[in-house]
Every structure is written in structure tokens, then in C-alpha cells.
Ligand binder design. Structure first.
Ligand code: CTP
Length: 402
């Protein structure tokens, strides 16, 4: 997600400096080339060697470092950066930048850069609510600097309140969003995700192994790329993605109702959910007791939500770009092509769930993408996050042809 991106991670002196280690790990794992600048105070909390080892790059600590200054280090870092992330950002660094003070490596480099700068503040609640700090933050926001707000909690100083550094994951997500192409701006994308549950009685249900990871990865990726995202999710263990309108459902019938009620105005619908094809004909209101050696549950077919969308009368309009998923264990291309035609889709993402590293409950996937015009493309094995962006790349290209 961040390959070919050069990120400068500024670390200031605060107890939350240890969380910058996890942030660095997330950034490098996503492929970024990260260069760390530590203030003098930051070095009282963490040794530069930790950041150097994890970033595989020298850590910059002093403005007058002789080796770095051979190439005027602060200017060269400022010029080459795609993004600056300052985490934790103290009241001191924010005050200095707001006042135009450049007296160390971090402040000088930030003053010299044209790259976006994202601050993740962390400080005592009284410092955070101090009007001097708030004025400085407002001034920087007006000038285009970005902030990932601190959260409330117990602070290291013993106070309760706002000022706690937000999670490394939230800062990472904000950084990825800043750097993403905004090629879905102005588009509304509906995504369904996860399994559905079809209740047998108050304690039992029929479901499947879907974790929802693929659909959630698509929702996050579409939001980063500027889309308005509506996520209709069956039961999953995943947290609601930030910035995405998430509607929780349980059964296929509920998913059907929510999708149909919200499809008007959508430019793209991606049906990544593993919808149960059948539900019990009768849901017993009492727990069914075991009496006999065998039991029978009569099942009836659920509505095929995707096929319903494909058959919708769109009048003269092209209607939403419809993307289906096909989870198969054999005959991948043939079965997927059949679904593409029968459900009148624009594109289908087919995966062979019997293959290692693909399908349910893993972080990777491999998909065969088939299009209405007969073309197809094999994604190869990749993370679900990367596959989400690959799928969206194809959708953006197809939308441009409409
Ligand atoms: N789907 C749907 N409503 C259903 C069943 C499936 O919208 N009642 C959607 C899924 O979200 C997915 C696509 O249809 O995008 C394909 O689902 P899949 O279960 O693989 O295919 P089916 O058409 O149900 O066929 P089969 O189970 O026989 O493979």
C-alpha cells in the first residue's frame, strides 16, 4: 500500500514515544521507506538504535550531523518526503512550527518541506485544552497541516481526559489516506461483507466461515480513495471502519431489505458478503429439544440479492456498476463466468477457497477477475488489503469507459 513512498517519522519527547515504534512497524510493513527524526527529548525515552534497526535507515538526531550535512540533510529529507508524520507531537513542536521556529532537525525539515504534514498530538489534558495550544493547532489546520486528534483516557501524568496519543493503527490509516489517489471522489460505493446467520431457534443458526475481512478491506480502501462508502455487514468480529457508514444485519432477508432500500444513488455495488442461500422454513420460538436419533430442518431459498440488483429496471440510466464474488472449490473460471452472465454483472471476483492462502478467515487471497466484455485477469496471491486496491483499480478503469 505504501511501496515507493518515502515517509519522515518525527518522534518528539513524550511517554507515548514508545507507540511510534509500532507505527514505524506498520508503515514499513506496508512498504514505506521510513526515515526517523528524533528530537533531543525523544532520545530520553527511546534509543535511536531501536528506530534505526526497525527502519533500516539511519536515524537523524542533530541538525549539524556531519555525514548527513554533506548533502544538506534536512533539505534533502524535506525534498524527498512524500509525507511527514509527527507522532507523538508535543505542545512544544506544534507551538514552534506555528511560530516559524526552526531550531533543530525536525522543525527545520518540516519548515523546508512541501510534503503534507500529519501531527498526532499527545500531552497532558490541561496542556491540550490550553488556549495557547488550541490557537496554535487551529492556525496550523488553517494552513493545511493535518491532525489525528488524541483520545480520552488515563494519561501518564495521572490525569484523566483528552491528550492520549491515538492508536498507531489510526495514525497509520490517516497516513495511508493522505497518500491514496482520490480516484473515487464523488462516487458512492455500497459494499456487503461477512456471513449471514439464519436462525433455527433462539440458540442455533446456519452460517458459514466468512470473516468479513475482504469486504471490510474494500470498504477501507474505497474510503481512502475518496468514495462515500456504505457497508452492509453481517455478523463479524471486525471493528466498524472509521469514516464508513456501517449498517449491521444478521440474516440474508435483512441484508436484502437494507441493500434494496439504499441502492438508489449508488455508483458501485460490491457484493463481497457470503450470503446464506437457504434459511429454515420455520424458526422455532423455543429451543428445539433432542428427542430422536436424527432431525430434519426444512430449508427454503433466500432471495438472491445480487441477481435482484442485476435484473433491476434501470430505465435509461446505466445503473450501478455491479461486482459479485464467487467462492468456489472447483471449476473456478466456468462457475464464475456463469454467475457473471446469469446475474447480469459488470465484473466478478472469483476465488478458489480450497487453495492455501485464499478464501475464508485468512489475511491473503488470490482472485480471478472476470469482466462483462469477456476479459479476465489473475491477481496472484496477495494481502486482502492489496487485493482490495487491485479490485478498485479495475472498477475505476471500467467506470471511466462508461
Ligand atoms: N449472493 C447474493 N444473495 C444470495 C446468494 C449470493 O447476493 N442469496 C451474492 C454473493 O454476495 C456473491 C455472489 O452472489 O457476490 C455469488 O455468491 P455464491 O454463493 O458464490 O453463488 P451462488 O449464486 O449462491 O451459487 P452457489 O452457491 O450455487 O455457488
Amino acid at each position: 500500500m505504501l511501496s515507493n513512498k518515502k515517509i519522515i517519522l518525527g518522534v518528539c519527547g513524550g511517554i507515548a514515544a514508545y507507540k511510534a515504534i509500532e507505527l514505524l512497524r506498520l508503515l514499513t510493513k506496508a512498504g514505506a521507506d521510513v526515515h526517523v527524526i528524533m528530537t533531543r527529548a525523544a532520545q530520553e525515552f527511546i534509543a535511536p538504535l531501536t528506530f534505526q534497526t526497525l527502519s533500516s535507515n539511519p536515524v537523524h538526531t542533530g541538525l549539524f550531523d556531519l555525514i548527513a550535512e554533506r548533502e544538506i540533510g534536512h533539505i534533502s529529507l524535506a525534498d524527498r518526503a512524500d509525507l511527514f508524520v509527527v507522532a507523538p507531537a508535543t505542545a512544544n513542536i506544534i507551538g514552534k512550527i506555528a511560530s516559524g521556529i526552526a531550531d533543530d532537525m525536525l522543525t527545520t525539515t518540516i519548515m523546508a518541506t512541501k510534503a503534507p504534514v500529519l501531527f498526532a498530538p499527545a500531552m497532558n489534558v490541561n496542556m491540550y485544552t490550553n488556549p495557547i495550544y488550541q490557537d496554535n493547532e487551529q492556525k496550523l489546520r488553517r494552513l493545511g497541516f493535518l491532525f489525528e486528534a488524541p483520545v480520552s483516557g488515563t494519561l501518564a501524568c495521572g490525569w484523566e481526559g483528552e491528550g492520549k496519543l491515538t492508536s498507531p493503527e489510526a495514525i497509520f490509516e490517516a497516513a495511508v489516506t493522505v497518500l491514496a489517489d482520490k480516484d473515487l471522489t464523488g462516487r458512492t460505493v455500497m459494499i456487503t461483507a461477512g456471513p449471514t446467520r439464519e436462525e433455527i431457534d433462539p440458540v442455533r443458526y446456519i452460517s458459514n466461515h466468512s470473516s468479513g475481512k475482504m469486504g471490510y478491506a474494500l470498504a477501507c480502501a474505497a474510503r481512502r480513495r475518496g468514495a462515500q462508502v456504505l457497508l452492509i455487514a453481517g455478523p463479524t468480529a471486525l471493528p466498524d471502519p472509521a469514516g464508513v457508514k456501517t449498517v449491521k444485519v444478521t440474516s440474508a432477508s435483512e441484508m436484502h431489505t437494507e441493500v434494496m432500500a439504499r441502492v438508489a444513488g449508488c455508483d458501485v455495488v460490491i457484493k463481497a458478503a457470503a450470503v446464506a442461500d437457504y434459511r429454515p422454513q420455520v424458526r422455532s420460538s423455543n429451543k428445539i429439544k433432542k428427542n430422536n436419533d436424527s432431525a430434519r430442518i426444512e430449508l427454503v431459498k433466500n432471495p438472491d440479492i445480487l441477481a435482484g440488483l442485476g435484473m433491476m429496471d434501470r430505465g435509461s440510466k446505466p445503473g450501478p456498476f455491479l461486482v459479485g464474488f464467487a467462492a468456489e472449490t472447483d471449476g473456478l473460471a466456468e462457475n464464475a463466468a456463469k454467475k457473471l452472465n446469469e446475474k447480469q454483472l459488470d465484473m466478478i471476483v472469483a476465488n478458489d477457497v480450497s487453495q492455501p492462502g485464499a478464501g475464508f478467515n485468512v489475511d491473503t487471497n488470490r482472485a480471478l477477475l472476470l469482466f462483462k466484455d469477456g476479459s479476465r485477469c489473475d491477481s496472484g496471491l496477495m494481502s486482502k488489503d492489496l487485493l482490495a486496491d487491485t479490485i478498485l483499480d479495475h472498477i475505476v478503469a471500467q467506470l471511466a469507459k462508461r
